[in-house]
Design a protein around this ligand. Structure first.
Ligand code: NA7
Length: 317
């Protein structure tokens, strides 16, 4: 019985080459690239792989989203297993842990192909360290190599090629991915064994999630006193609290335009996974727990697919 809220449109998949990416003079790896999951992040990342000259095949649950990629030289495949067959390095960027496991272990999944020798699998979806290790073990058991390459930044940074990549797992895969990473990121980190990068990524997401809830409460309080959010942000932008993240999210809150860059459902999933990680070591996270509840309520109010800044709608109740 969720309220019916008009859905903000997803960003259009714009295949126009970004000049700043083409100016990077990337020498694409000759390895064949496969890409699973063409959502907000996946579509933008796959686009940059293509415009920087990589040979790419794609699969997405909703096939229509593959069409613009085919028009720009990618090959559409019918199943994740088909992508695997035709690729040397396979990237995954889907909603969460369950979907990631299904792509690997499910029907027509990656390990349907029994021998993964010479294949590398790169997990970009935000997942927990346990799931990442389960996937790594499944891939390794069939002779394949695995890397978790977690991404910091949302659609705008992916578009501009200024994401930050935090990786863990097989260093040789990290090295093989350099030309791909160069097309989407300004910095990469290799943190050692599988699990290290997923942990760091979730830790950073707790800061993003709690900051967003704090911002939304601050602007909702301002609104109660008829103080404009833009006046508050003009002052904040002159202080050491200035941050592009807060300023851009505050602008979305003030305009009430929540076209998704990073969905409410993704943020709530990230906070939930961080809470589970904290549980495993008895680390108290009272603020993150509250933020998780607030994002859950925002989903319930009908905003799961809106940008995470729509948490402001809930704060204004
Ligand atoms: P989106 O825009 O919500 O995209 C989610 C993607 O996951 C999209 O391609 C979905 O396919 C796919 N998906 C969702 N459920 C399934 C199942 N059951 N099986 C296969 N594929 C599925 O998220 P983002 O692109 O912003 O984020 C992707 C990840 O990066 C996520 O972990 C973030 O936290 C970080 P669809 O198009 O709906 O058919």
């Amino acid at each position: 019985n969720r309220p019916v809220v008009n859905r903000e449109e997803d960003p259009v998949i714009d295949m126009t080459p970004n000049q700043s990416i083409t100016n990077r003079n990337i020498e694409p790896t000759p390895k064949r690239i496969g890409f699973l999951g063409l959502g907000i992040m996946g579509s933008t990342i796959a686009k940059n792989f293509i415009i920087s000259g990589h040979k790419v095949s794609v699969w997405n649950r909703t096939r229509d989203k593959c069409v613009p990629f085919e028009e720009h030289g990618a090959t559409i495949k019918e199943t994740p297993s088909d992508v695997c067959e035709d690729s040397d390095i396979i990237f995954s960027c889907v909603s969460g842990p369950k979907e990631c496991r299904d792509l690997v272990f499910g029907n027509c999944g990656i390990i349907d192909k029994k021998d993964l020798t010479d294949k590398a699998y790169v997990e970009m979806s935000t997942i927990d360290p346990d799931t990442s290790n389960v996937i790594a073990n499944g891939i390794n058991a069939r002779g394949g190599r695995y890397l978790e390459a977690q991404i910091q930044g949302s659609k705008s940074e992916a578009q501009a090629g200024t994401l930050v990549i935090i990786a863990g797992g097989d260093k040789s895969v990290f090295d093989d991915c350099q030309s791909c990473f160069k097309s989407i990121s300004k910095n990469t980190f290799f943190l050692g064994e599988t699990g290290n990068a997923t942990k760091v990524n979730l830790i950073i997401q707790t800061l993003a999630g709690t900051c967003l809830v704090g911002l939304s409460e601050c602007l909702a309080l301002a609104d109660r006193f008829a103080i404009l959010p833009s006046d508050i942000m003009d002052i904040i932008s002159l202080t050491t609290m200035k941050s592009n993240f807060l300023l851009s999210k505050a602008e979305m809150m003030e305009k009430g335009k929540y076209r998704p860059e990073h969905r409410v459902s993704s943020m709530q999933k990230d906070l939930k996974l961080a809470m589970e990680m904290a549980d495993s070591v008895d680390q108290a996270m009272p603020l993150t727990a509250s933020a998780n509840e607030v994002f859950k309520q925002t989903k319930r109010l009908g905003y799961p697919d809106h940008d995470s800044s729509s948490v402001y709608v809930r704060s204004r109740f």
